[in-house]
Design a binder for this molecule. Sequence first.
Ligand code: M6R
Length: 611
Amino acid sequence: MCGIVAYVGNRESYPVILKGLKRLEYRGYDSSGVAVISDKIEVYKKQGKVAELEESLLGIPMKSTIGIGHTRWATHGEPSDRNAHPHISKSGRIAMIHNGIIENYAALKLELLKKDYTFSSDTDTEVLLNFIEDIRKHNACSLEEAVRIALKRVVGAYVIVLLDLENPDTLIAARKGSPLVIGIGKNEHFLASDASPIIEYTKEVVYINDYELAIVKGNELILKNLGNEVITPFVQKLDMELAAIEKGGFNHFMIKEIFEQPQTIFDCLRGRLDLTRSDIMMAGVEKYIDELKNANRIIIVACGTSWHAGLIAEYIIEELCRIPVEVEYASEFRYRNPIVNKGDVIFAISQSGETADTLVAIERAKEQGAIIFGILNVVGSSIARISHAGAYTHAGPEIGVASTKAFTAQLVVLTMMAIKIAKEKQTISEGRFVQLMEELSAVPDKVAAILKDTYVVERIAAKHATASSFLFLGRGYNFPIALEGALKLKEISYIHAEGYPAAEMKHGPIALVDENLPVLFVATKDAYHQKVISNMQEINARKGKLIAIVSAGDHTIDALTDDIIEVPEADELIAPIINVIPLQLLSYYIGVSRGLDVDKPRNLAKSVTVE
Ligand code: M6R
């Protein structure tokens, strides 16, 4: 969370930083700010979105070729102008932006208070900044040296970038646990939380590792470790186009990303699913095939929507591969002393590859000897770098805070992996293997068919947009889809929603049902179909407002409700990838009709890099 951008070079820094902040706003949008150097350090910050900062700065000349900017997701201290970044040191000679959390900030603050430091914000960032300034003062050392000394005392996660009046042509940056990319231009450097602010200017980037310090001028980039040893930067080429991070004619990133799914799913299958040779090619799976097929257990760790993908994978892997699977919230797994044995394989599922809980959970498991397999969207992300192997989802940059195309791509990758392992393990027949491959290859067209006509979903969204609560129900492979439908609606529309296994409803949630409650069933044809119809009858008998997602041509429940969304029929293992699409659309249209900012829902951020 929090987005950081910085620039040093030969152009004016403010326009570069402002544009970068807009691209990173998905990471946090409580407040934003910039700092540039004239004859002093000038700091401008504002509560609210980046557009509000931009407006407040109209007409202010910003003639500086160096600068730092920040868009915030509040941790320490409420969203406000004074807690916004950049922060400025007591002397006014250093400014700093920070993404992460300084866990021992209270102890550091106490030390500074004893030395008569005062603070103008409630943030851990201002404490760290003054701690650095204090070290520089007392050791009469360079800022670089002071940062190095300070970071040895810091507990927590950070990316920091500092602007120094003593060296107005140099930025100092450091990272631990939060992402930092440096773009290399001609006599200029761009620093950012991800590549999106950089892509427009250069494709040459360096991903900074934990415990590394960068000393950056327009024409020079020096990397060092905290022991002051110089490290050779590893320059990589970005595989991303500018168009991928723009809205391309859609009103919101979320709807653009929903509509991209026929293509992203196709991209995810491309080069992997080989129908002519009846094989699935996944380099990471092939490399670790013995460990995977002989795994005693697969433990899946993830958060949010990625955790829902993990639940579906549990059902599929156990069905096809006969390997026991456990699905864990990363935030629980990391703190509860879990048993991880030799022969266990961990799957880490994450769109961003930066989620702090997932990252730490797999570090713990790795220490205990587990093989770590990452199912990730962002290439070169922190989780990618500590995994033994993995498979990218190739969904392209996902900017909308609500995950949509990354989820379907995760399901495609996990399903391909399960089928491949099952084939190698000989737990499925050749016939079933080929059938599932064919089913997968048909998914892009089936998703496109749903997106061709969204009228029914829009009509249902309009009808229920004022509901105060929603229930989502499904069984088997569709139970996690019910959870995902509820999460999407909560995030985007702020309507209270719960997802449940349809049969579990009788054990409590049915008490909520009355004539005001919309109850959505994911009721496509599968082994549970008849049972789900019975559950619908139970809701109908209690006057709940039924909505159903059914297989095309299924008229079994026509008499129970008018709110029926038909989707193309698919094998029950593959159906979740298709069935989630109307739920994504439903939450989007409800959010829009309630006048909400669906790309930036309140209190949320795209990548959760704090615990
Ligand atoms: O980047 P990750 O997949 O690790 O993110 C996990 C969750 O934070 C994420 O899925 C979140 O729940 C989304 N906002 C859901 O739409």
